[in-house]
Design a protein around this ligand. Structure first.
Ligand code: NAP
Length: 247
């Protein structure tokens, strides 16, 4: 039997990048998949690309909007009958040093990552508690939230905040068998990192024990572990998937 047979997984920000790789990995283990993204067409196209027929659906949603997030959770349950896995993955960057970062750049990043992850964790855990069959919520943080990266005071704050949120939520909903964990990627090859300046890339590669960027599929495997019963006694944990960067 596949690891996620009969289970339904929602992945935010999954029309591309790490989110799409997570959708592929969970789909390969039998899960019904709800691809969530800002753009309805992109979400629908990504759901079709998974090639699992009516086991996949695409839904438009802004993760910073509470009503949108509640709508996604309802749509998953209406369509597939349950919600078992919720991955808070959607993300943006608005990098600049503090001298140049505007309040808007700060607020946008906090809204998508921190508020979005809180909204997703709240909505998903409420349904999972009611279902009385447990569940797994996986929040995507970043190495930037562990060590702080120059030009990312907004992003580092949001990604560090996700770790506190994850642990507090794990304590609140553990009694119902709902687990809340975080996966912390390092430098991963995706559209988000494609435009990185060559000199910055070379500096960062020197910090990585394995000496290379990670692939989105390697983050997806860690999320699959946290999403499935392979991690049944793990909650409130942070799994670093960084190739040994900033250990
Ligand atoms: P990506 O390729 O830019 O994908 C992010 C996705 O999130 C995009 O499809 C984007 O849609 C969507 N999104 C943005 N704002 C949204 C919102 N308000 N509501 C719903 N969807 C939204 O990024 P990625 O590299 O795969 O990153 C995925 C996650 O991993 C993020 O949380 C990121 O911070 C984290 N991470 C990435 C790395 C890395 O090296 N790549 C490292 C550490 C952590 P649009 O394209 O339409 O905006």
């Amino acid at each position: 039997m596949a690891l996620l047979d009969q289970r339904t997984a929602v992945i935010t920000g999954s029309a591309q990048g790490i989110g799409y790789a997570i959708a592929e990995a969970l789909a390969a283990e039998g899960a019904n998949i709800v691809i969530v993204d800002l753009d309805a067409d992109a979400a629908g196209a990504a759901a079709a690309r998974l090639n699992i027929g009516d086991r996949a659906a695409g839904v438009a949603c802004n993760v910073a909007d509470g009503a949108d997030v509640e709508g996604v959770v309802r749509a998953a349950v209406d369509r597939f009958g349950s919600l078992d896995v919720f991955v808070n993955n959607a993300g943006i960057t608005r990098d600049a040093t503090m001298r140049k970062m505007t309040e808007q750049m700060f607020d946008e990043v906090i809204a998508v990552h921190l508020r979005g992850t809180w909204l997703g964790t709240r909505a998903a855990s409420a349904v999972m508690r009611e279902q009385e069959q447990g569940g797994s919520i996986v929040n995507i943080s970043s190495i930037s939230g562990k060590v702080g990266l120059l030009g990312q005071t907004n992003y580092s704050a949001a990604k560090a905040g996700i770790l506190g949120l994850t642990k507090a939520a794990a304590k609140e909903v553990g009694f119902a068998g709902v687990r809340v964990n975080s996966v912390m990627p390092g430098l991963i090859r995706t559209p988000m990192t494609e435009g990185m300046r060559e000199d910055i890339l070379q500096t960062r590669l020197k910090e990585i024990a394995l000496g290379r960027m990670g692939e989105a599929a390697e983050i997806a495997q860690a999320v699959l572990f946290m999403a499935s019963d392979m991690s049944s006694y793990i909650t409130g944990a942070v799994l670093e998937v960084t190739g040994g960067r900033h250990m």
